[in-house]
Design a protein around this ligand. Structure first.
Ligand code: NAP
Ligand code: MG
Length: 487
């Protein structure tokens, strides 16, 4: 039996490799971005902090109903007078321009995202920002080809889209929402999450830099009530929401019986399934990526490891050994694997569910790791001895916590994987192509990754079954979600 070391002995120690934050210029306070300009909000303000240090970064305006109404009116004017009339080839130029500026200012965006969100710089630099820019490039290419989008010969935009996004991938979720909406000829009012608004406000500056006509993009910061006001506004034609299942359900209730179209991207509890013929070292990398990428703040995280019983012991030893090498700490250090938890509230939730996991009989393990004193931190954690009845096997923890269950046959793996109210993603690790195809057909999940995990591409649709929501973002279905078909 291989022993898991108390603390992995590294061949060498990593020297600190901090990315400089000098490239980022954070103002003391920000207004709302309405009709192409930053304006004062009518109501209160709130603070955004760096979750790795608890340092206050800036004061932001909390948009109230009056502000939401001003933003929707600006979006309507821009829609009627300019954007919906502009030829697609012209709209495309703006989207290409935005994509290019995002690339040019990529380092600034990445550093700002890591400061405001707590995610490791290597992830914001290599994933969030490049994939966000790629969405603008991809949908720019569609703007003058809408008649080939499968929505009839002359599809039309919907009008004004209200878009609400969460805090886990702030700029990337913004790109998923704004790029297809604009390409299709809609205008938008977007509300970022309360704890991570800064890159959306920098994106507003990028819209100014790109000379985007005023009112095409409006960014209103605020809390849940701001989102609620946007959802209930009578002149919004479409609501696109990414967030928790609970709020998704309340939005569905609010818009029921109105003409508003809705897409909901909600929670997940994905199974990452490892068969006994899988390449185990690669599977371990996939498990680590599946649950520890972005501190596990990922809707499609592989938070339930389903491992074939015959290899469970060996796999878990390898996994624990690998977890001992993960570096937790300063998000701006280029060697950091796991950054800060986004907020005190989220940290409380992760702690509570982990304590419940232990109380219900799960066995909890984390490698020894030194966590910084200030800020919000949680070590990478794995639970074994978990059963399907345990809350940590059923509820979304949205943190670096993995629950492990075992299975004996492929049918049992499918049964357990599908035994969840969610259905967003799944992973399958096996040497057999036929088994991958069979599993992909059986799994009720919007995305099934085979011998990999957490791969994103603008051309690939993403979305869920059951309580993971409805509608798709990305690819052609993501464009169709912003078009009225005419045939
Ligand atoms: P959340 O609490 O549902 O918040 C999401 C957004 O909705 C935030 O901007 C939030 O504002 C706003 N909001 C809150 N109450 C609202 C209301 N009554 N009406 C309208 N908007 C309201 O979710 P979260 O905790 O930020 O994000 C985590 C969740 O998002 C997880 O469940 C995760 O699985 C899901 N998620 C899903 C996907 C996907 O593609 N399926 C992707 C990423 C995340 P405040 O920030 O001010 O509260
Ligand atoms: Mg913040």
């Amino acid at each position: 039996m291989v022993k898991v070391p108390e603390k992995a002995t590294p061949f060498f120690a990593y020297a600190p490799a901090p990315e400089s934050r000098a490239i980022v210029d954070i103002a003391a306070s920000y207004g709302l971005f309405i009709d192409g300009e930053f304006v004062e909000g009518h109501a209160k303000s709130f603070k955004t902090i760096n979750p790795a240090t608890e340092e206050v970064l800036a004061e932001l305006s909390e948009a109230d109903e009056t502000d939401v109404d001003l933003a929707v009116r600006a979006a309507r004017r821009a829609y009627t007078r300019v954007w919906s009339r502009m030829p697609g080839s012209e709209r495309a130029k703006y989207l290409f321009r935005i994509a290019r500026i995002m690339q040019e200012r990529g380092r600034e965006l990445a550093v700002l995202e890591s400061i405001d969100n707590g995610k490791p710089i290597k992830e914001s630099r290599d994933i969030d920002i490049p994939v966000a820019a790629a969405h603008f490039f991809y949908y720019a290419g569609w703007a003058d080809k809408l008649s080939y989008a499968g929505q009839g010969v002359n599809p039309q935009p919907l009008g004004v889209a209200g878009q609400i996004i969460p805090w886990n991938f702030p700029l990337l979720m913004l790109a998923w929402k704004i790029a297809p909406a604009l390409a299709a000829g809609n205008t938008v009012v977007l509300k970022p999450a309360e704890t991570t608004s800064l890159t959306a406000l920098l994106f507003a500056e990028i819209c100014q830099q790109a000379d985007l006509p005023p009112g095409v993009v409006n960014i209103i910061t605020g809390a849940g009530s701001t989102g609620q006001a946007l959802v209930s506004h009578p002149d919004v034609d479409k609501i696109a929401f990414t967030g928790s299942t609970e709020i998704g359900k309340s939005i569905a209730r609010t818009v029921a019986g109105t003409k508003k179209r809705v897409t909901l991207e909600l929670g997940g509890k994905a199974a990452n399934i490892v068969f006994d013929d899988a390449p185990l070292d690669q599977a371990v990398e996939g498990i680590v990526n599946g649950i520890f990428f972005n501190q596990g703040h990922v809707c499609c995280a592989g938070s339930r490891l389903l491992v074939q019983e015959s290899i469970a012991e060996e796999l878990l030893e390898k996994l624990k050994r690998r977890m001992s090498t993960l570096r937790v700490g300063d998000p701006l250090d280029k060697n950091t694997d796991i950054g800060a938890i986004n907020s005190a509230e989220q940290l409380r939730k992760i702690r509570t569910l982990s304590e419940i996991g232990e109380a219900e009989g799960g066995e909890r393990w984390s490698p020894p790791c030194d966590l910084p004193e200030n800020g919000f931190w949680f070590p990478p954690t794995v639970f074994t001895g978990v059963t399907q009845a345990h809350r940590i096997a059923r509820e979304e923890i949205f943190g670096p916590v993995l629950s492990t269950l075992t299975f004996r046959t492929p049918a049992e793996a499918v049964e357990k994987a599908n035994n969840t109210p969610f259905g967003l993603s799944a992973g399958v690790w096996t040497d057999k192509g036929s088994r991958i195809l069979w599993m992909a057909n059986q799994l009720r999940a919007g995305v099934v990754w085979a011998n990999t995990f957490n791969k994103f591409d603008p051309t690939s649709p993403f979305g869920g079954y059951k309580e993971s929501g409805y509608g798709r973002e990305g690819g052609l279905p993501g464009l169709a979600a912003y078009l009225k078909g005419t045939d």
